[in-house]
Design a protein around this ligand. Structure first.
Ligand code: SF4
Length: 215
C-alpha cells in the first residue's frame, strides 16, 4: 500500500502547514499545527504567514499583542481556541526555552504540551514524528476514515488504537511520511463522501472498494 500511495499522490510543502513552517523551528511548527486544526491548509498557511510577519513568531511579542493575535490568525478559523493554545505554547517556550521543544525529555515535553488547552494527541504526534523523529502515527479524520475502510480498525476505535494500527501497518520508519500520504490520498481519492473508488489505484487491495463504488 505504501508504494502505491506514493505513486498515487504527491506531498507538496505548500499543501501542508506543518511542512511550510518546519524551517522556522519547533515552536513555529507547533503554532502551525494548531492553526491547521479543522482548517484547510491554504487558510492556515495564510494565517501562519500573517502571524510570522506581524510578530516574527517571537513568543513574548505574541503574548504582548493581546487580541491582535486573534486578528492575525483569523483566516485559520476557531480563532479564540487557537489563540489560547498559541498563547499556552508561547508561555511554555518563555518558561522552558525553545530548547525544551527541540531536545527535552519526550515524556516531559508530551506532558507539558498536553497540559495546554487546545493541544491534543494529534498535534503532539505530528510534532513528535515530524520534528523529533519519534515513531508515532498522528491520526486525523483522513487517517481514521481510511484505516476503517481498509479494515485495520474496529468501529469506534480509540485514538491510540488507530495510531497503533497504522504504525504497525506502515512501520515506524514510514509513520511520518505515511501520515501525510494518507491526508493527500484522503483529499484526492478516498474522500469522506463519494470516494473515487472506480479510479483508485488501491482498489484491488481495498476491502471497502465494491461497497464504496456502489455507494
Ligand atoms: S477503493 Fe475506495 S474506499 Fe478503497 S481506498 Fe480507494 S477510494 Fe478508498
Amino acid at each position: 500500500m505504501y508504494v502505491l500511495l506514493r505513486k498515487a499522490v504527491a506531498i507538496r510543502p505548500e499543501d501542508f502547514t506543518a511542512l511550510h513552517s518546519l524551517p522556522d523551528g519547533p515552536f513555529a511548527l507547533l503554532v502551525a499545527i494548531v492553526l491547521s486544526q479543522n482548517s484547510n491548509d491554504r487558510n492556515s498557511i495564510a494565517a501562519y504567514d500573517n502571524l510570522k510577519r506581524g510578530t516574527g513568531l517571537d513568543p513574548r511579542r505574541i503574548l504582548e499583542i493581546g487580541n491582535g493575535l486573534e486578528d492575525m490568525i483569523r483566516r485559520a478559523g476557531m480563532v479564540r481556541q487557537k489563540a489560547n493554545a498559541i498563547r499556552g505554547l508561547a508561555r511554555l517556550v518563555l518558561e522552558r526555552g525553545e530548547e525544551f521543544l527541540r531536545s527535552g525529555d519526550i515524556n516531559e515535553v508530551r506532558e507539558a504540551l498536553l497540559s495546554i488547552r487546545g493541544i491534543g494527541m494529534k498535534t503532539v504526534d505530528v510534532y513528535l514524528s515530524l520534528y523529533r523523529r519519534i515513531p508515532r502515527f498522528a491520526v486525523d479524520t483522513h487517517a481514521r476514515r481510511i484505516a476503517a475502510r481498509w479494515g485495520l480498525i474496529r468501529p469506534n476505535a480509540s485514538y491510540e488504537e488507530v495510531s497503533e494500527a497504522l504504525l504497525n501497518f506502515f512501520g515506524p520508519k514510514r509513520a511520518d511520511e505515511a501520515h501525510r500520504l494518507l491526508i493527500a490520498f484522503g483529499r484526492t481519492y478516498c474522500t469522506a463522501r463519494s470516494p473515487r473508488c472506480s479510479e483508485c489505484p488501491l482498489r484491488p487491495y481495498c476491502p471497502s472498494a465494491a461497497a464504496s463504488a456502489r455507494g
